[in-house]
Design a binder for this molecule. Structure first.
Ligand code: TXA
Ligand code: MG
Length: 341
């Protein structure tokens, strides 16, 4: 299958493909998604196939209005209404109980709940409106790889497997949405994102953050959290601020690379042959560039180890560290042996 690249002006063509049950990748403000008509089980099944995604890992249903949520959710609690009013369009995914018999179980991996998101990107909203249906969209990467923040990343992973990609340039946020479960009486964040715990608590009061580590044999709250994630070919090692002096001694040839902000890079004063990818100025740019950086190292054939900058686990830093930690398999650089946290 030839994978067509569309410009945002060509939405009508892309919407037509969605209506025909084809897969079209779309931009959002977080990462690119792999789109299919949420009401077409055959199309949704192909999404899992194209990504190589386990079928028990449910998909987010992207909507273009809160009214669309009412068609599929059994109940919209006051807290959910408040969050939609406050954060939509935006990077917050809300899990609600599902209405019986309105969506095929393939969408939700058989769960009795469904995840909704209204992204802050006009292209996907237009696509939903012109197709006239909600659009499922997991991140448009091969399962296990970093999520795509450009149309080129999507093309790299899925060319030949999907009908099209709508190219809207690099995404602004760079990390996937915050996922909050409002299907029980105890709201819980299942995946941190740029919409932070503090911001959510200001709108709906105290909540529980699910820091629970999922073991292989139990059913996790957000099934996606149990799988290996964001892994480049090389080993990623997280480096605490005070350990960079020690790391410096190891940066002697092109088998090692660094993923750091511009300030750090200047301080390290590395030789030219050390592959480096800049995370920009601060934690926000680091979040935006993390996945692109991890992917960039996959194109450097000599790289065996990537030393990556850490940030305090607060605000956007929490989401950044959540993804970095997964890509590193929990490994920190310690100077002697690598510790696992
Ligand atoms: O920013 C984003 O959320 C992107 C863009 C494309 O919207 N999408 C995305 O989708 O990251 P995906 O499928 O890669 O991640 C969705 C996460 C997974 O961890 C999945 O297990 C969880 O949300 N999830 C989806 N539906 C759920 C449900 N009903 N209950 C619990 N977890 C759910
Ligand atoms: Mg994903």
């Amino acid at each position: 299958m030839e994978t067509k690249i569309f410009q945002p002006q060509q939405i009508a063509e892309a919407a037509h493909l969605i209506q025909q049950g084809q897969l079209v990748a779309f931009p959002t403000e977080t990462v690119y998604g792999l789109g299919a008509d949420a009401t077409n089980p055959q199309a949704v099944r192909q999404v899992y196939q194209a990504k190589g995604r386990p079928s028990d890992n449910p998909l987010i249903v992207h909507v273009s209005s809160p009214a669309m949520v009412g068609q599929y959710a059994a109940d919209i609690p006051v807290k959910a209404q408040k969050l939609m009013n406050h954060f939509w369009p935006g990077s917050l995914t809300i899990i609600l109980p599902i209405k019986p018999n309105v969506l095929d179980p393939v969408v939700t991996g058989g769960l009795q709940t469904v995840a909704f998101r209204l992204p802050d990107n006009q292209v996907i909203l237009d696509l939903i409106n012109q197709a006239g249906v909600p659009i499922v969209g997991p991140s448009a990467n091969t399962s296990g790889k970093p999520s795509p923040t450009t149309a080129q990343h999507v093309y790299h992973d899925l060319k030949g497997k999907i009908a099209g990609i709508v190219d809207d340039g690099p995404t602004q946020v760079g990390l996937e949405s915050t996922v909050i479960d409002l299907s029980t009486d105890e709201p819980a964040i299942l995946r941190p994102g740029v919409v932070t715990e503090d911001e959510i608590e200001q709108v709906i009061g105290p909540l529980r953050v699910d820091h629970h580590q999922v073991k292989a044999n139990e059913t996790p709250k957000a099934p996606g959290m149990k799988y290996k994630h964001y892994a480049p070919n090389a080993q990623v090692l997280m480096v605490a601020d005070e350990d960079w002096e020690l790391v410096k001694d190891r940066l002697t040839d092109s088998t090692v690379g660094v993923l750091v902000t511009d300030d750090h890079l200047k301080q390290l004063a590395l030789a030219d042959q050390i592959p480096t990818y800049s995370l920009g100025q601060d934690v926000a740019s680091a979040a935006q560039r993390l996945f692109a950086g991890l992917r960039w190292f996959d194109d450097q054939p000599t790289i065996k180890t990537i030393y990556a900058q850490t940030f305090a686990k607060q605000g956007v830093g929490e989401a950044y560290m959540n993804r970095l930690n997964k890509s590193a398999g929990g490994q920190y650089f310690t100077g002697k042996t690598n510790k696992s946290v």
